[in-house]
Design a protein around this ligand. Structure first.
Ligand code: AMP
Length: 351
């Protein structure tokens, strides 16, 4: 157990780290952020920050020596850089290795009995043509690594389209297009003793590959499929001996939940838990990595809607403060860019 006043290291400097650090402060911890980026919303609310590239081994060693425990808010960190931290890192390197690579992730879930969309690896044009031949079109070509918020993805409606596509210079995976009825995520926390708790699943709506809105209660299709999805998420967490908050995203289809991807961290679709659950995903993540008892994950509202503030929509955000049910969260990002997550609003109705 990490004592009060101890230091939690956070790898990554974005809004997820910012919200972890705010929960850590509530529980009496200090945070030290390691980020390659100068303008860091997480560093702004933390006691210390190291701004250095992931490859700076000396900076990483100093950071490790200064922290009692280390966690992450960003999963695409080269795992070789994490060797000096391994003994203190929750979740562990294996969880990152799996979640960083779409192909490894799908195979891992497949082996545990989960159901991803049909997929095949693509290294060159011929692989893509064969993959479309086997799986069919439409489908989506995704880079194996470093894709997020719909980046590194190309929808292909026919084999003909594949012929004219300039393949990215990195290995990819082609997956069949899922004609889903709804999207949802399962968010769980697993403690150091192996205890697992789940939050309720919201229905997630995306625009241009980016999460736009999470709503609770979700539609009946999602509610009916959450049990099966949770069983898979629990298996994944146990197989990885995972500690902390883990997110799995699913498509609800007429034949059951189809696994999309996992994130070894707190997740945008769980931001509603700050006001809408007895214990938020951020607080329970801190509790788990510090070896504290886990908090109650029950939903404490009748209706919840979380809307992301993306790009310029943030500029008029303060007007929501006139609404009694609205809770505004701004991430302190100085530069407004199209498609950039700048904040979110959670609207809660308690009855
Ligand atoms: P991802 O980055 O893989 O989570 O993709 C972002 C969003 O694109 C998802 O939340 C879906 O809305 C959509 N998407 C991704 N993969 C598929 C698929 N195989 N079939 C249908 N929609 C997809």
């Amino acid at each position: 157990m990490i004592k009060q006043g101890g230091t939690i290291g956070i790898l990554g400097g974005g809004q997820l780290g910012r919200m972890i650090a705010m929960s850590a402060a509530q529980l009496g911890y200090r945070c030290h952020v390691f980020t390659p980026e100068r303008d860091s919303g997480a560093a702004e609310v933390s006691a210390e920050a190291t701004v250095a590239p992931w490859s700076d081994a000396r900076a990483m060693e100093r950071f490790a020596a200064n922290c009692d425990v280390i966690t992450l808010e960003f999963e695409n960190i080269p795992t070789a850089a994490l060797a000096p931290l391994e003994a203190k890192l929750f979740p562990g390197v294996r969880a990152l290795e799996v979640a960083q690579d779409r192909l490894a992730e799908k195979r891992f879930v497949d082996e545990l009995g989960g159901r991803p969309a049909p997929f095949l690896p693509v290294a060159e044009k011929l692989d893509l043509v064969r993959a479309i031949d086997t799986i069919g079109a439409p489908g989506i070509l995704k880079t194996r690594r470093d894709g997020y918020d719909g980046k590194g993805q190309w929808r292909l409606d026919s084999a003909h389209e594949a012929e004219s596509l300039r393949l990215p210079q990195v290995t990819c995976v082609y997956e069949g297009f899922v004609d889903f009825l709804a999207e949802f995520s399962v968010i769980l926390v697993r403690g150091q003793d192996g205890e697992v708790r789940f939050w309720d699943s919201t229905e997630n709506r995306h625009a241009e590959g980016i999460l736009a809105q999470s709503v609770w209660p979700p539609n009946e299709i999602v509610t009916a499929q959450v049990g099966e999805a949770r069983a898979l998420a629990r298996e994944v967490a146990n197989a990885l001996r995972y500690v902390g908050v883990l997110t799995l995203e699913f498509f609800a289809t007429p034949t059951g939940p189809v696994f999309n991807e996992m994130a070894p961290r707190v997740h945008n679709s769980g931001h509603w838990t700050i006001e809408g659950a007895a214990t938020s995903q951020f607080e329970n993540h801190v509790r788990a990595v510090c070896g504290l008892p886990l908090g109650d994950t029950s939903t404490i509202a009748a209706q919840i809607e979380m809307d992301n503030l993306i790009g310029e929509s943030v500029l008029k955000a303060q007007k929501v403060l006139f609404e009694p049910e609205a809770h505004l969260h701004l991430y302190g990002k100085r530069e407004v860019r199209d498609g950039r997550k700048m904040g979110h609003v959670t609207r809660i109705w308690y009855s």
